[in-house]
Design a protein around this ligand. Sequence first.
Ligand SMILES: *Cc1c(COP(=O)(O)O)cnc(C)c1O
Length: 399
Amino acid sequence: MRNDHSALGLASTRRPAQPVTCIRPHAAARAARFFTEKFPGKVLYAVKANPSPELIQLLGDSGVTHFDVASIAEVRLVRRIHPQATLCFMHPVKAPEAIAEAYFQHGVRTFSLDSHDELAKIMAATDNAADLTLCVRLRVSSGHSKLSLASKFGAGVEDAPDLLLATRQAADTLGVCFHVGSQAMSPQAYADALAIARAAIVQAGVTVDVVDVGGGFPSAYPGMMPPPLEAYFEVIKTHFEALPISYSAELWCEPGRALSAEYASVVVRVERRRGDVLFINDGAYGSLFDAAHVDWRFPVTLLRAEASRAKEMGFSFYGPTCDDMDFMQGPFMLPADIQAGDYIEIGMLGAYGAAMRTDFNGFRADETVVVADAPMLSLYDDADMEASRETLNVAGTAE
Ligand SMILES: *Cc1c(COP(=O)(O)O)cnc(C)c1O
């Protein structure tokens, strides 16, 4: 893979005709080290957020030994890259064939479920295995989060105790898990969810060996600057330690976004300007699904060798396809003199960016370069960044 010094250098020297993904291994390594050193339990990377093999390799090399996988393709992918990693199949509704292949061919022992039907399915597909870790997914609120995960999965308060009892009978190791919704803007989300877990455990009267607080850890975006991640870890630790569980019980988390958002950005070209709307060469069917469909505000910057002195104004974007839905409302703040031929870097696209690209209308672009500059925003500090650069042996750039 090609190396460029920075996104600006790439745009000004190469003037690419297609969108280019800039990846920052130093930023992902820093995030991985932060989580594995500071989270008071095990860290599972949620592969869904960004399944690129380079990132999976890098996270494993940076201390992440466990992976949250949700499909048989993700199981095979991670197993190929990390033969020794622990894989946890945390989708509560799985195909029986996927369970069987994961268990018998890939050594997967941990599965989640939120119904008696799924419990029976797992037991049948594994020939009633006696070595399973089964995590009951509880339904919790997404009230503090920017993207809800509250309605599709999870056993409700009335059903959870009975399901916990039944799962305890079948499992070697019993866990509870939940997801507070993605981009949780307050640590209180985890306190509230752990209160629901506590009530379910008390009512069921079972011994729980694993408490998995799921994903939802935030990243930084314009207008969405969360509290420090340490504050989340503190609240989780306090509430975990107060649970009525065995003293050897394990605490797990499944960050996707927080481990991957800073890993990638995309350099796009403005093909046309129409007032305050810019037609750019990536969009809703490319790496900007969230910008189009949930109005996510990614940070943007104009990449010009000589910085513009014009005042900033808000722009919307059209993507390259011939479809009205290929529209990103923004507002994205950029200098008022931006014009066709200019390049823009769109940041924080390592999570749920490249992962959602399609071939629609012939506009898929997969060119990727490694850059050494800092991500546009960060929740991790510079000391961690310097250490990551040293480990990966890449040069930093003066900002
Ligand atoms: C999507 C998902 C995650 C990752 O969520 P983030 O908000 O990206 O941290 C973790 N666990 C499960 C079960 C998920 O579905």
